[in-house]
Design a protein around this ligand. Structure first.
Ligand code: ADP
Length: 541
């Protein structure tokens, strides 16, 4: 007979994280900028009590284990209570991205079969628009108190604070199978309908442990952590779990994500660590450079979601902020890799060290990755061969919600990204397979081109897309938004590429625009750009 280990068996449940924070970091603060306009402060102890009251309130509303409860909300303490109250009682916390089109939101709410939706007041007009298309939602809960409830609304509303006030908090978190569903996130669906990634308690707790480690996000109780990445974007990269898990102070910025508001909050609350997509840092850097500001406590940030341009990494370093370039996706909870140096890298000359930091980095324990060629044959880890990136592990998707067809290939999840891996296991994304530019059968990395353009002092934002070419099929076209007041010509920009990339990678043309469309998660929307420029005639054609 097999000899079993003789240690206690405790299910890995999300409620255990907030219970731990309340018990061992009870007086540590959570500070939130509210939609009501003010700054709200309370502690992990307060948060856990209110999450318990919420769990009771959900029970009173008839919410059952496994039922989906949606949110349309910013990063704030009430949203955090919903994360824990909903999952903790055994229901599924479904964060909906309010920046999606109303039709997509209605599709997602109906596909998920959300029983209730909790929303921040900002989104009342959105709720009024989608509610008639979501017949299965039994109640819409405004995340505010009675005094701030809208005087009139086209939809009957419940009041969040009233729901909580009716409960006494005398509630024990239930124990159940750690493999039960805890939360649900839909991919933004740049093509086709959005698809749901259904996380479990086990996958979430494991991801929280692993992502808090020093070579990943490196969260500690001595940090003050401000996730700029929204709680509706893959659970804010897991920070609402990993921050209470380590007992750090948590700062939640609410709806104000512009450079000036963020800077004020970073300084006032002595933030040490943050996380967000590149476009957020663009806004903050611009504000700081314009007003010649410095950070007094902010020292580290994670940048992910799309490639962090080297120029941005350097600009933050000049402000004494270390950038941790990370990669992941909704289907991966989301963290896969982070770029932290190995001991042997510390003595390298700056330029070589920078090259390593600019990669998307090494996997964290729990994630396994490989690159394969068109036939599925594994490619060498030489930092040069590039191919389709596949991953597997306990917080990586097996199949999409309410969709039986498995996306897996021999047990591996194909990410849709094209990458290289070097001898030390540092992965670098060449491109998303749909964004790569195929010039005469050879591939050009749109990310590499964008990274060069982003380093030009007159460039605010740059996207590289393919444009039709009669001989080469596709050639790179650079779409550029200039910095306010800055001047640069097409010729000057193209010259800037010389010596920085292979000659045949240099874009065939530059199109200056006033704006590059962004996706609901703040990434450059290249699909829209490709549509916009689909009839573009290159001067080289
Ligand atoms: P979507 O963009 O569909 O909403 P995700 O937010 O899950 O989905 O994005 C996942 C994708 O974002 C990855 O497959 C990859 O293409 C891109 N991505 C994420 N982080 C990085 C990074 N650091 N560098 C380059 N691309 C990244």
């Amino acid at each position: 007979m097999a000899l079993m280990g003789q240690m206690m068996s405790a299910p890995l449940l999300i409620s255990s994280i907030i219970k731990h924070a309340a018990r061992y970091y009870g007086s540590t603060e959570i500070v939130s900028r509210r939609t009501e306009g003010d700054l709200h402060r309370y502690t992990y102890r307060d948060c856990e009590l209110r999450a318990r009251k919420l769990a009771q309130a959900l029970g009173a509303l008839g919410v059952k284990q496994g039922e989906r409860v949606g949110t349309l909300a910013w990063n704030g303490y009430r949203h955090l209570e919903i994360y824990y109250g909903v999952s903790g009682m055994g229901a599924v916390c479904h964060t909906v991205n309010p920046r999606l089109f109303p039709e997509q939101i209605a599709y997602i709410v109906n596909h998920a079969e959300d029983g209730y939706i909790f929303f921040d007041l900002t989104f009342l007009p959105l709720v009024e628009g989608v509610a008639p298309h979501c017949p299965n939602v039994r109640g819409w809960v405004a995340m505010t108190d009675r005094a701030h409830m809208p005087a009139e609304a086209k939809v009957p509303l419940l009041c969040y604070e009233e729901l909580l006030d009716a409960q006494d908090g005398d509630y024990e978190w239930p124990q159940f199978d750690e493999n039960l569903a805890s939360s649900l996130c839909y991919t933004s669906g740049t093509t086709g309908n959005p698809k749901g990634a259904l996380y479990s308690h086990r996958s979430t707790v494991l991801h929280s442990y692993a992502s808090a480690m020093p070579d990943a996000l490196g969260c500690s109780a001595s940090d003050v952590i401000l996730p700029v990445v929204p709680m509706f974007h893959v659970n804010a990269w897991g920070l609402p779990y990993s921050v209470p898990l380590v007992g750090a102070k948590l700062v939640l910025p609410g709806p104000k994500l512009d450079g000036a508001s963020l800077y004020e909050l970073f300084e006032q609350e002595k933030v040490t660590f943050s996380a967000g997509v590149p476009t957020v840092w663009l806004g903050l850097l611009q504000h700081m450079q314009a007003s010649q500001l410095k950070f007094s406590t902010f020292r580290r940030t994670v940048i992910g979601g799309s490639a962090a341009p080297p120029a941005m990494i350097r600009a933050l370093e000049a402000l004494d902020v270390e950038v941790i370039h990370a990669w992941g996706m909704t289907e991966m909870s989301p963290l896969g890799t982070a770029s932290k140096l190995l001991a042997k890298h510390h003595d390298l000359p700056d330029a070589e060290r920078h090259k390593i930091q600019e990669k998307q980095g090494r996997v964290i324990y729990g994630v396994d990755m490989k690159i394969v060629d068109g036939e599925g044959k594994e490619l060498p880890w030489d930092g040069k061969a590039f191919g389709d990136l596949l991953v597997r592990g306990p917080w990586i998707i097996e199949r999409y919600f309410r969709n039986d067809a498995s996306p897996l290939v021999d047990g591996w999840f194909p990410t849709g990204d094209v990458a290289t891996i070097d001898a030390d296991g540092f992965m670098q994304i060449t491109d998303r397979s749909k964004d790569v530019i195929k010039s005469g059968g050879e591939w050009i990395s749109s990310i590499d081109i964008e990274n060069v353009a982003a380093a030009h002092p007159a460039v605010h934002m740059a996207a590289c897309i393919s444009a039709y070419h009669p001989k080469w099929d596709e050639r790179p076209l650079l779409v550029v938004v200039k910095k306010p007041g800055a001047e640069v010509s097409r010729e000057q920009l193209l010259q800037f590429f010389e010596g920085k990339v292979a000659k045949w990678w240099i874009p065939d043309d530059v199109a200056f625009v006033t704006e590059i469309p962004l996706t609901a998660t703040g990434k450059m929307q290249k699909l829209r750009l490709r549509e916009q420029f689909k009839d573009y005639k290159l001067p080289t054609a």
